[in-house]
Design a protein around this ligand. Structure first.
Ligand code: GH3
Ligand code: MG
Ligand code: MG
Length: 364
């Protein structure tokens, strides 16, 4: 744990807390649901130490988690609602189809699911939830009067994480729900960490590549454009040689920050592609708009005005950028998009650096 001595104004944080804090500050690169999880961990794990951070950096208002209660008997919903409504946002459904629709549209954090229901029973609902990518990750707790060993085993085999028998005891329901939500937070948090570049806090290559593959398939299906911005810091070896590796690391963080700031749509993703190369993927953005974003990024990096005394290009750090846009067709792959952006990036490097070149320039 961190310890802080107010009188001497020295604050120490453990590496774990520092990581958590930097994730909090870089939270704009996380999805909303993951942000919720990270904030909750910050609150439960290190609230004492966080009181010493600047007010502006505390993004710690805790949104209530949402629970979907599914039961065909309204009085059962009422009992569970009464047990949980103080701590959670409650949604409810009285049949299986309604439950599936709400789960898809509202992405609750957890589902309490009755088994015996007319038309579609709870086992079937759970099976369908687990088959749908949008709802697969939502934990399901069965709540049922069926208390035989084989009933419980079936529920757990279908992907339920727990099994409660009726009549429910409110204190037990609350404790189980709380425990499962806590586990869920840690799962989300670890998932985010595994896809994050440790130095800059933005997506790492692994996560970026996964995202690229997914968006490529989506663009192919929907016949929509997909734009890629590939960026490389100019003469970065000379920067490291002149200012040292730590200053180099700092420079990488600042460039990553510019990218995060420049991509305003939740659908966009910035990643560290390797070394001093970064990539941004902009789904459903045409070549003209992507060129505009790339120009903004180049100007903003220059505007940060990081001194680069050993650069013949400018007296500050600059970047070279290649931008490619494709509406994918069968027979092409995401590699074609990367290849196009990379060819343009290399062309910029050959012709003086500190410029943006896009496929538009070649095929206007
Ligand atoms: P160019 O304009 O042609 O891109 O020249 P460059 O010097 O940027 O390219 P080069 O590929 O020769 O050098 C890249 C440098 O980036 C070398 C390497 O030490 C540095 N680098 C890569 N990863 C890191 C890092 O994590 N931290 C720091 N400080 N430097 C890094
Ligand atoms: Mg490079
Ligand atoms: Mg470089």
């Amino acid at each position: 744990m961190a310890s802080a001595d107010r009188s001497s104004a020295e604050i120490e944080y453990s590496p774990r807390e520092l990581t958590l804090i930097s994730i909090c500050l870089l939270g704009s690169s996380l999805s909303d649901s993951k942000k919720k999880g990270v904030r909750m961990i910050l609150q439960s794990g290190s609230s004492d130490s966080l009181t010493h951070l600047e007010k502006g950096s505390r993004v710690l208002e805790t949104p209530k988690r949402t629970i979907l209660i599914v039961d065909d008997t309204p009085v059962n919903i009422e009992i569970l609602n009464h047990a949980l409504e103080k701590e959670y946002e409650i949604l409810f459904a009285t049949n299986g189809q309604e439950a599936l629709d709400i789960a898809c549209e509202q992405s609750p954090d957890l589902i309490l699911l009755d088994v015996m229901m007319p038309d579609m029973d709870g086992y079937e609902v759970c099976t369908r939830l687990k088959a749908e990518p949008r709802t697969r990750g939502i934990p399901v707790i069965f709540v049922t009067a069926m208390d035989q060993e084989e009933d419980e085993a079936k529920g757990l085999e279908l992907g339920g994480i727990d099994y409660l028998t009726k009549p429910v005891r409110p204190a037990i329901v609350r404790a189980r729900v709380r425990n499962h939500l806590e586990l869920l937070r840690y799962r989300d948090f670890l998932e985010e960490l595994s896809g994050m570049d440790g130095l800059t806090g933005i997506a790492n290559r692994l996560r970026f590549d996964e995202f690229l593959m997914r968006e490529w398939r989506r663009a192919l299906r929907n016949r929509m454009p997909l734009s890629l911005i590939l960026l490389d810091i100019d003469l970065f070896r000379a920067f490291n040689d002149h200012y040292g590796h730590l200053a180099g690391d700092d420079c990488l963080r600042q460039v990553a920050w510019v990218l995060t700031e420049s991509l305003r749509r939740p659908a966009d993703l910035a990643g560290r592609y390797g070394g001093e190369e970064f990539a941004c993927l902009l789904p459903e953005i045409d070549a003209k708009a992507a060129l505009w974003v790339a120009n903004q990024i180049r100007e903003k990096v220059s505007g940060v005005n990081i001194p680069h005394a050993s650069s013949p290009v400018a007296d500050h750090v600059t970047v070279s950028i290649g931008v490619a846009t494709l509406i994918p067709v069968v027979g092409q792959s995401a590699m074609d998009l990367i290849w196009r952006a990379d060819v343009l990036l290399q062309a910029v490097k050959q012709s003086g650096r500190n410029q943006v070149r896009s496929w538009l320039d070649i095929n206007p």
